[in-house]
Design a protein around this ligand. Structure first.
Ligand SMILES: [Zn+2]
Length: 292
């Protein structure tokens, strides 16, 4: 029998530190690849504003940030992957049947079955940690499975199997996460175009739009404490901000939105640029302090 984390496993603090380290070491270059063929070159709903990185002078087009937008969806999935990495999951769990093939609302059914699995584990007094999961269609039209990332104690396979049987959710497969970092976090989000790391052959039955429909418009579903920092649950958007700030910790960046026509004037004025960098950094520091 494997021991649980309370018997020598990582503390929350260590797990958070590890998560931060992994986020920091994840290079943006290797996370930039997209999987969709139909993705437009820019966000069709963007305004004429741009985002400027004041240190390097790089200019990025505005975007609507909606996951319903084919351009923005993979970028949102990438941000979410970083947040998941920061949460430092230690195990992947595949739940083989969270919804049947003829189900018109697979996400709704999956959420109910997964809730039942967790209730069954609770009744068996098995600690289950926190979960983050995405629903995917099985090949050959045999229903839907959930790809789940787990933080917290090890769940014995036989107990989880019993809980899955009670919830009519098929058979679970538990794997320890050996290949740490963004790769793992993206595995569940690959259907949304958060691709890379040898997953190029995957197609979510056609399109990221379909992956989004299966998941009821969401990138993932998670239990309340999955995104936590120092033991405190954080709203997912804050976890994303924190993950990005940590990733850039050794590589100063200061993003600011402005009108396209103002870029040249601002970037040409060294004094103004410097003041803006200080201002952006101060606001980010205040935000991060508030999170901690
Ligand atoms: Zn967009």
């Amino acid at each position: 029998m494997r021991c649980c984390p309370s018997q020598g496993g990582p503390t929350v603090r260590q797990a958070a530190d590890d998560g931060r380290e992994r986020v920091r070491s994840a290079s943006l270059a290797s996370t930039d690849q997209m999987v969709t063929n139909e993705r437009p070159e820019s966000c069709p709903r963007a305004s004429d504003r741009v985002v400027v990185e004041l240190v390097s002078g790089q200019v990025f087009p505005d975007r609507c940030r909606s996951s319903q937008c084919a351009y923005c969806l993979p970028l949102n999935a990438r941000r979410r992957s970083l947040a998941i990495t920061m949460a430092a999951p230690t195990r992947m769990i595949r739940l083989s049947l969270v919804s049947n093939s003829d189900d018109e609302s697979p996400a709704k059914t999956a959420l109910i079955r997964i809730k039942r699995i967790r209730q069954a584990l609770k009744r068996m007094a098995v600690p289950m940690g926190e979960w983050c999961y995405t629903i995917e269609k099985n090949p050959k039209d045999t229903g839907y499975h959930a790809h789940c990332l787990q933080t917290g104690p090890y769940i014995p396979q036989d107990r989880l199997q019993e809980a899955c049987e009670r919830a009519k959710a098929g058979i679970p497969y538990i794997n320890a996460i050996k290949r740490k970092g963004v790769w793992t976090s993206r595995y569940g989000l690959k259907g949304f175009g958060a691709d890379g790391y040898g997953l190029k052959t995957f197609r979510a039955n056609g399109s990221p739009t379909e992956a989004l429909r299966i998941n009821n418009g969401r990138l993932e579903h998670h239990t309340r404490g999955f995104y936590s920092f120092d033991g405190e649950p954080l709203p997912v958007r804050d976890m994303e901000r924190l993950a990005i700030a940590e990733m850039n910790a050794n590589n100063p960046k200061a993003f600011i939105g402005m009108r396209g026509e103002d870029v040249q004037r601002v970037m040409g004025d060294i004094g103004l640029r410097h003041r803006l960098i200080l201002d952006v950094n101060r606001r980010l520091a205040d935000k991060l302090r508030a999170l901690r």
